[in-house]
Design a protein around this ligand. Structure first.
Ligand code: CMC
Length: 376
């Protein structure tokens, strides 16, 4: 009945309107609420960026203080979620545990279903953002056979997270600043697959936390947030084999499903501005640590070869956010299986902001794509 457009992967379908994040993929521009990403990453704390994404404006210092207090007050992880984490085998991938934690929280916040939301309910979203660092840190410690650590609310969001992970004062402003930057750069990215999943689930009226759980599940995939872990694994493989060219040739071979991880993007047909910032941050952190990082050298070589290669040039394939982020997290001492959960931690803000925009938008309808039937 009626006509519709056949658009696998929603390559050319806008499924909503939004005032949160703007991307110009041809020019390599990314803005949150009208603020350029480079400026936000350099000059603002991640908590100010959270406020910006949720409320549309950067906070005054008074607003920021009040907001931090609210985050602290809502950051306690329930016994129920603690038990979920403990129930997982130590061999579980941390993303599988994170999916379950949000699914479990959906039981406690069932009232946040789509037909029942008003302005005040932003509190539920803030509690997701407030709890996720402690949850991710607990997952890390669980799979590493370590006792859970307590939050220290006197510390910043990023420093508190690092302390909870490592179980002792990190006291390293370089690491804290780098992580804060990583959080800001990952906080939102308009209608990417996981955000689209959060909106799709929410469009049926399901509650916020059930929607977030779908977001985590989607982000896990290596074509999406899982690419950051895959990049570091690929760089380590190249380091062992010593053969960069073989990986380039493999990525170009259309009979081989292998893709150069951390390369290419649905929207950017130019350098991903987040990758540019992270590449500089990699240099800064490694030179200050006086670490001679072989992985960064391999990444740069890979990039140099790819950007001169006809295959990558004609397809407009450039490094994306996942290409350099893992090298920084590696230098901080975070194992690669935690890279995607850290991405999820940061993206929780974007998912929350987008979910609220969706439920408050009168144009929202249940997301229900059509199909091209080719069967009997
Ligand atoms: N290596 C080799 N070839 C590639 C790559 C790559 N990384 N990415 C795309 N291509 C080729 C692809 O095979 C296709 O070639 P052809 O026209 O000959 O069939 C062409 O480039 C267009 O690619 P596409 O698959 O139509 O692009 P898409 O928009 O559907 O996919 C992507 C985008 C990000 C999933 C894909 O580029 C990819 O798989 N990249 C590697 C994984 C990755 O780094 N993901 C992180 C994405 S950014 C952050 C995030 O979302 O988390």
């Amino acid at each position: 009945t009626g006509l519709f457009t056949y658009d696998p992967g929603f390559v050319s379908t806008a499924s909503c309107s939004s005032t949160i994040t703007f991307i110009d993929g041809d020019e390599g521009v990314l803005k949150y609420r009208g603020h350029d990403i480079a400026d936000l990453a350099e000059n603002n704390s991640f908590t100010a960026v959270i406020y910006l994404l949720l409320y549309g404006e950067l906070p005054s210092s008074e607003q920021h203080k009040k907001f931090l207090l609210k985050i602290q007050e809502s950051s306690k992880v329930s016994e129920q979620v603690t038990n979920v984490i403990k129930a997982f085998p130590k061999t579980a991938h941390p993303m599988s545990i994170l999916v379950a934690c949000f699914a479990n929280l959906s039981a406690s916040y069932h009232e946040t279903h789509g037909n029942n939301v008003n302005g005040e309910d932003l509190d539920f979203g803030i509690s997701a953002i407030a709890q996720v660092p402690a949850i991710v840190a607990m997952i890390y410690r669980h799979i590493n056979n370590q006792e859970f650590t307590n939050a220290n609310n006197k510390l910043s969001y990023s420093e508190n997270f690092l302390n909870m992970i490592f179980g002792s004062a990190v006291n390293n402003t370089l690491f804290v600043k780098a992580l804060d930057k990583i959080f800001t750069l990952h906080a939102d990215h308009e209608q990417n697959a996981s955000t689209a999943a959060v909106r799709l689930v929410g469009s049926a009226g399901s509650n916020l936390f059930a929607s977030l759980s779908a977001g985590v599940a989607t982000l896990w995939g290596p074509a999406h947030g899982g690419a950051n872990e895959a990049v570091i694994n690929m760089l380590k493989e190249i380091e062992q084999s010593g053969d960069v060219d073989r990986f380039i040739e493999k990525a170009k071979d259309d009979k081989d499903p292998f893709k150069l991880m951390g390369f290419g993007h649905r929207v950017y047909k130019n350098y991903d501005p987040r990758a540019l910032i992270l590449k500089d941050a990699c240099h800064e952190i490694l030179s200050k640590l006086e670490q001679n990082n072989e992985l960064l050298e391999i990444a740069k070589k890979l990039e140099e070869i790819a950007l001169k290669d006809e295959y990558f040039i004609t397809r407009k394939l450039y490094p994306n956010v996942d290409f350099y982020s893992g090298i920084i997290m590696n230098a901080i001492g975070i194992p690669s299986s935690m890279f995607t959960p850290i991405f999820a931690l940061a993206r929780t803000t974007g998912w929350v902001a987008q979910w609220y925009e969706m439920v408050n938008d009168k144009e929202t309808k249940i997301c229900r794509p059509r199909q091209l039937y080719l069967g009997k």
